[in-house]
Design a protein around this ligand. Structure first.
Ligand SMILES: O=C(CO)COP(=O)(O)O
Length: 122
């Protein structure tokens, strides 16, 4: 399972807490993440994460490019719906790429838990 993990600043603590609940699964996955999210996950949980650029510098686009060539099986993208982002087009491009390629994409914690519960049981 190749999983991309991305969280906006207002959602990074939620991402860390979520990851903490699924460490056995996440340790079996190949993880990629945008820059700061990946650094936080590695620091908090000792996870091995391939880090892309930070989101505003193109990290979402890098993940989208990997996804488009079949290298990502699922995305957890905790967007902050309360804060405008300078790279909104990149964010939309990544979510669109998930829809184009039919890759599961959770954009909130509740959906992410459903996905991770399924994969933990698989
Ligand atoms: O901005 C982001 C996603 O759009 C996340 O980037 P960082 O993980 O580098 O903060």
């Amino acid at each position: 399972m190749r999983l991309a993990l991305i969280a906006h600043d207002g959602k990074k603590d939620a991402m860390i807490a979520l990851a903490g609940d699924y460490l056995p699964l996440l340790r079996r996955c190949t993880l990629l993440a945008t820059g700061t999210t990946g650094a936080r996950l590695a620091e908090a949980h000792g996870l091995t994460v391939e880090r892309m650029l930070s989101g505003p510098w193109g990290g979402d686009l890098q993940i989208g490019a990997r996804l488009a060539v079949g290298e990502v099986d699922g995305v957890i993208f905790l967007r902050d719906p309360m804060t405008p982002q300078p790279h909104e087009p990149d964010i939309n491009a990544l979510v669109r790429a998930c829809d184009v390629h039919d890759v599961p994409c959770a954009t909130n914690v509740a959906t992410a838990r459903l996905m991770l519960n399924l994969w933990s049981a698989a």
